[in-house]
Design a protein around this ligand. Structure first.
Ligand code: ZN
Ligand code: ZN
Length: 234
């Protein structure tokens, strides 16, 4: 099986040569020199009002607008290779790209000294609605998390959060619409044990509407603390 898979990848590489999404050099989807140029967010300004620098990523004034306890962002979305990689991964299952994005997360966690915040925790990828999952065939968040799960001994719980509403695509909506579009989009599945603390992962953060709605569903079911983790902030 392993051999067949390797062979199949060789065929694919032959038919579709890989080009770096940064500099277009042939060979890999992301060459090491482009990867090294990736800029990490140095300080976490409030993700809602964009002010200041806060360890939690949320200023005290905005804290009552969201149940998120802490938010960790690796890099920015626009004018940045990470944004391009995330986009690419939405449409094609490319493990190389997912691995690179996983490494971006690990690098930021280490740079910021956040290992203890992540290690041994329960991680929940924001689910896609089953309709979108069926169209795409995979949840890009889950493949990004593979390395992270091994490295930090995370417990993956895909059963905890359910996307019950097939929402219009967020990218096409204005800020206020994004919040109403997602109202009650999630519910928590409390048939199994509920951990007190959760790391919630999504590939991109824009207004934070998705995270905020998902966190509120988790907290209703008894979760006490939720740290949101994301590759880039759009
Ligand atoms: Zn390159
Ligand atoms: Zn704020």
């Amino acid at each position: 099986m392993q051999m067949f898979r390797r062979l199949w990848h060789k065929v694919l590489d032959y038919v579709f040569p890989k080009n770096c999404l940064g500099c277009e050099r042939e060979g890999e989807y992301l060459c090491s020199s482009c990867f090294d140029k990736m800029e990490y967010l140095d300080r976490f300004s409030c993700f809602i009002c964009n002010s200041g620098a806060f360890e939690s990523g949320i200023c005290p004034d905005c804290q009552d607008k969201t149940g998120i306890d802490q938010i960790i962002v690796a890099t920015k979305y626009s004018d940045n290779l990470a944004g391009k990689l995330v986009e690419e991964l939405k449409y094609s299952y490319l493990e190389d790209i997912a691995d690179s994005l996983g490494t971006v997360l690990v690098n930021q966690i280490e740079k910021k000294g956040l290992r203890t915040t992540i290690e041994n925790k329960t991680i929940v990828p924001v689910p896609l609605h089953k309709k979108r999952f069926a169209e795409r065939g995979f949840n890009q968040s889950e493949i990004i998390l593979k390395n992270l799960i091994n490295r930090y001994s995370l417990k993956l719980r895909k059963d905890l959060l359910i996307r019950q509403k097939s929402t219009a695509q967020q990218a096409k909506l204005e800020r206020a619409e994004r919040f109403s579009n997602l109202k009650d989009a999630f519910s928590a599945n409390d048939k199994n044990s509920i951990p007190k603390e959760i790391i919630l992962f999504d590939d991109v953060l824009t207004t934070g509407a998705t995270f905020t709605e998902a966190v509120s569903a988790l907290k209703k079911s008894g979760v006490e603390r939720v740290v949101c983790l994301t590759v880039c902030h759009g």
